[in-house]
Design a protein around this ligand. Sequence first.
Ligand code: DSN
Length: 435
Amino acid sequence: MTTATIPSPTRTMTYLPALKKTDPKIRDLILQEEKREFEKLRLIPSENYASHAVKEATGGIFTNKYSEGYPNKRYYEGQQLTDQVESLAQERAKEIFGADHVNVQPHSGSPANMASFRAVLKPGDTIMGLSLPHGGHLTHGWKANFSGSLYNSVPYELDPETEMLNYDMILKQAREFKPQLIIAGYTAYPRKIDWTKFREICDDVGAKFHADTSHITGLIAGGEHANPFPISDIGITTTHKTLRGPRGAMILCKEENAEVVNKAIIPGIQGGPHIHTISAIAVALQEATTPEFKTYAQQVVKNAKALAERLLSHGFRLVTGGTDNHLILMEVFESKGIPGREASKSLDKAGIVCNCNMVPFDKRTPFNPSGIRIGTPSMSSRGMKETEMEKLGDWINEAISNAEDETVLARIAGEVKSMCIQFPAPGIDPANWNE
Ligand code: DSN
């Protein structure tokens, strides 16, 4: 492999000059994080690289402005520009996802889910989401979360044979428990979701259909996964995962739910919106309409499939046997004799950053489960392709097979770095570090 070097400075201006003067410690930590993100293979499927444009908007002047309310109906004056920013974000999201109404104010995914449930449910109503250990989210009804204590949560599970969604099982359970809301959309499910089937199940039992597309919103915008929002009653997405925006969220719903959604956000659970974040969401939505974004979304899926093939060739057991989206859930405890946490720690030492994860029907604990979860969005944003995925599959195998051998892990980390620095990372300019 050829060894690339980190580019030398191309300009004379100091990078982050105000921070250099005011808080050099924080500046140094920011620089170190930039290097970490540049020199390692980032496989956490919910992470990505926000572009320079998204970061400029996130760090922009709108951080100074309070704007409780909604465009043309605010509590404070001085909203000539905030109204335009928020309306642009709303309109762009409506256009891409075909939703009647979009609220771009939720600070992140959990408050978005809290507000969307509050909008259409009463405390004590019954909800059905995928169980957390099967790949669902905390806010989809886990007992320790508001969603499992405020509502009567009756989680559904994956099919024990296929480890996939079994729509007949979900329908049977829905007919038994008659939920007011059924949630579809997951954090660790490697297969496509049939939204039409969920619509039919909801109609059968009179439930509202809630779609949480957080993980796959970039794939939807890029045409690589079906879009639920034209047929769901309500739903949410975070904006920083495959969509590559700032950390934030949106609620997307039918017109009939628009008013209750808006009221659930403010005054329901939030105060002032973060207009700087909303301006960056607008930028990310604009970027998501470009041909480059479509190519990226296609490559995310191609890369996941290529990596899955390589891991299978090394004898790993993949939940469901493979993937057709951006992520792979890999069982390592029973198939390779290493707990998920040890595997993820060893991979981190080898410059490959992922997270340990429960697998369906896991007999181990959430803190030290049987699997690891890996995804291809960040690597695809850097322009890595199938060839790099094959190399990565070999490194993962070597690191897990030599999990306690610091020499092997350090050697792989060096090779990973040599590969990474050949691929530009959106939003990071290594020339800045040499000043
Ligand atoms: N923490 C996110 C993830 O990693 O999938 C979900 O909120």
